[in-house]
Write a new protein. Sequence first.
Length: 278
Amino acid sequence: MIEIKASHIWGIGIGLFLILISLLFATGPTQTLVTGMGFLIIILPFLFEIIQQTRNQAEKEEMFLEFSRNLVESVKAGTPISKSIIQIRGKAYGALNPHVGKLANQISLGIPLNTALKTFSRDIDNKTISRAITLIGEAERAGGDIGEILESVTSAVSMSDKLKKEQKASVSTLVVQGYIVFAVFIVIILVMQFQILPMLSGVANVGDIGVAGFGGGGTIDPIEIANAFLYLLLVQGFFSGLTIGKLAEGNIKYGFKHSFILMVSSFLVSTGANIILG
């Protein structure tokens, strides 16, 4: 869940101010451009927050693997798992440091290991790490060779991380192709708007299309045509980005970054074309 911060409030305020200015003083493509910039400023802080959260999750998974390896080495050397956690908390684990520190502090205060591990898992809120923590907790409670069990858990986490990286590398070509296809789609839309429609109507300007082109009794406002194509590009960009994110990362949530890039690109290209060619 995204926590509302001062940057979000500032973005909303500035964005709404730009939208108000555009509605009061701007017209035509300029109004669309300024209004779009306002919405962009509103969305940006939230998008950066989502990107930061996804990066933190990726870093936590990577650092948990390092944490698990250090824990295995300590336990295999004969140190109990609780004491091992306390001993290795001083090492650098990046985004995982606060959680490891809290886990070690809870154990130091006498909180049962299983309870502390559950809190650790809940605070991190990561499916991969939660599964591994559950296995560690169950293994510690059941007894047996905890070192071997920890090593197996670490191997499983390492394999999961490796598979994710291989998947990401294998679909990188598909991501590039997705961007290329969308760029071609933008070109097709612009050609339709500024070349094909005027050509079909026998005039040089889309605004002059009348009965001959659409079977109506009057002319069609070029702003309406431009807005219709712009909305089409934005919708296509949004869902294309989600699809790219799903293919690349295995989770639609990671597609918001791609959706944002495609939507902003289509907005700027379409609006710029309307200002220059409209």
